[in-house]
Design a protein around this ligand. Sequence first.
Ligand code: GAL
Length: 419
Amino acid sequence: MLKKLGIAVCASAMLTAGAIPAQAADKVADELEIFSWWAGDEGPALEALIDIHGKKFPKVDVVNATVTGGSGVNAKAVLKTRMLGGNPPDSFQVHAGQELIGTWVKADRMEDLTPLFEQEGWMDVFPEGLVKLIGTDDGIWSVPVNIHRSNVMWYVPDNLNKWGVRPPQNWEEFIEIAPKLKAQGVVPLALAQNWTANHLWESVALASLGAEKWDKLWTGELPFNSPEAVAAWDLFGKVLDYTNTDASSLSWQQATDMVVDGRAAFNVMGDWAAGYMSTTKKLKPGTGFGWVASPGTNGQFMFLADSFGLPKKSPNRDQAIEWLKILGSKDGSDAFNPLKGSISARTDSDLSKYNDYAKSASKDFSHDRIVGSLAHGVTANEGFMNDFATVMEMYLKTRNSDAAGKAMVSIAMKNKIGQ
Ligand code: GAL
């Protein structure tokens, strides 16, 4: 199996295998610090995992260290300071893909989890493609806890009926119906603080480029300043014309609230919005809220996966390993994901525990064309993402597509993307 995944198990990894012992409940440290950005409204799913841990290890004090801010905008900066200052948490949230590999693995800050994957039988339950994303030739570096979809458009069915519009199939259709919504005093598309502009951008770019060219942006086969890539910025600019002017002061939840409260018709957000609407707002999928693939991306599933890793020098390493075991387990996964809005990263999850949104996402994931998210760490490292946020700020002020394309060429070079 290891061979099939193309992951060479080096001698040191095998030595580490012996260092990941099965722990007896009374032989572990009495503290565990887990670090993430799942605070407040984003907390319930994480708490379900902490509850499982608490039942197994009642004597261990869990420090649930969270830094608020969607997509980890603030948490990642705090984590960086802690990691570089030699003060890592025991385990931390990180996106599968380049955010993990191109940032923390490259900096040699993570422990290889190959022995744990073997011991827990995870090589057979996590999809091969996903294991590749969290692995390198030298090891496997995190435990995936979910699969989220980035390219989803949300709405409230009754409100659309009232306003006489239907969910748009493509952005041209959206641009056609948007004035009709505006005329009724409704914001066509709710947007929040800047990272959500990055999030919207990736859905618009996927629609504009198609899956194949989207992939080629990240392998370097399609230049960021090519006419196709620049055209994606042009389309993005047209879409932005129909968003709220106070976007930069809103959280993603507040933009979702605009849709829920009937102040806006749509928003494009990852399916943690389904978790928020069903778990926090108690809305029923299908009637309380509806969804379609974001315009022009039907049949394409832009995915991301949250995962947790084990940093080198984790102060309570044994407990961190116990935590990771819960995360990767079937029970853990099926307790976490139904609350989170995501689907399990495991292939054997119990779908009867999931709501209608998750069931439809799971179906789409099984047959759609899968592409990786930029905004949530799959296609590029953190250095690129930070620089991309600056490009976005510049674009929001100037709406200059050519300049954005050129700037992306230089940040790709700087952060070694597509080389
Ligand atoms: C993503 C993360 C999701 C959710 C979202 C909003 O980056 O993968 O799990 O937390 O940010 O904060």
